[in-house]
Ligand binder design. Sequence first.
Ligand code: 13P
Ligand code: SF4
Length: 369
Amino acid sequence: MTKNPPLLTQQEIYEQFKIKYSQYSPDFELLIKAGQVEKLNRLVREKNAVILKHNYMSWDLQCDEVLGIRGDSLELSRKAGETEADIILFLGVKFMAETAKVLNPKKTVLIPSLKAGCSLSSSIAGTDVRKLKQMFPGIPVVAYVNTDADTKSEVDVCCASGNASKVVQWAMKEWKTNKVIFLPDKFLAQNVAREMGADIFFPNVSADATTTTKEFALRTKHIAPKTPIFIGWEGKCEVHEKFTPEDVDGLRHDFPGVYIMAHPECPPEVVKKVDFAGSTGEMIKNVTSPDVQDRQVAFFTECAMVEILAAQHKNVLQVCSIQKRCPHMAQNNLETVIEALEKMQYKITVPEDLRKKAELPIRRMIAVK
Ligand code: 13P
Ligand code: SF4
């Protein structure tokens, strides 16, 4: 058995914080945070837990001094399925913790706050998917991983922002069709459709099935036979929907030569104007790519990620006027995270019938590379 390295003391963590993060907190606060991190790491060891940290965590959770694994939704789903720890403490939002529970049901999965929802996952439910499947029979259903287990249990395959177009292509090939139902993110669907040269149709969900299928037939009648066709849903990320093309123009005006990256949950008018669009993990990786070199870099995404990147790379701009914080991700902080392990709260449960049905679409997502 490999022996765990000794844990950092409060003083050692504080020294690191002073070097790396003194721009974010005054000295006395860095010392307090260092004490909290020491306590958290001790709890992680004692309880044989693993912390999975989404890239949108604040710097004091994302930092290397907090034991755990950082990543985007796709990477963390993979890690959740593989871990041998007894407890998975998910620093993210509820749909992510649920995905972990579906993949690794014997583990205790904890989330620091039950208020950590997501405007995308709450925009749709399993009943909506059943309705769409009745309207468009035989068309594969791809659901963004930002959905709850009830929705996932009704779909054919899930995708993350890091593999969305590959999953769509996989589904079209498997089902031998040029059509796909892509839920629930309107902008991600439009961005992936644009990348694939596809047409996209948003059904009127309050209309009856006959009217909707007639509208769809009319709309797609003149489309060239092999053109991919997406059927979308009107869900939006409450953070990324706020970015505008004018923000891109303003940034380029103020920082000539700036390299801009955006998350594909942003409106297509924004994504079209930037230099790179990708998942949080892809954007982070791209900061050090040859395309960027010494250029200044700006992000159109959740601001906590930008904050820590700015501390790590001097060419990353911390442009505050266009930064947005996700209120759900912000439910995670050192206090709620420590309390989660101390009190073993809040335990994620997924009814076994739903879990079994949701597992296949998630496993298919993980398998598509
Ligand atoms: P990724 O980390 O997969 O890019 O997801 C972003 C997001 O909004 C998660 O809620
Ligand atoms: Fe949901 Fe957007 Fe928050 Fe991600 S950033 S959890 S997509 S609301």
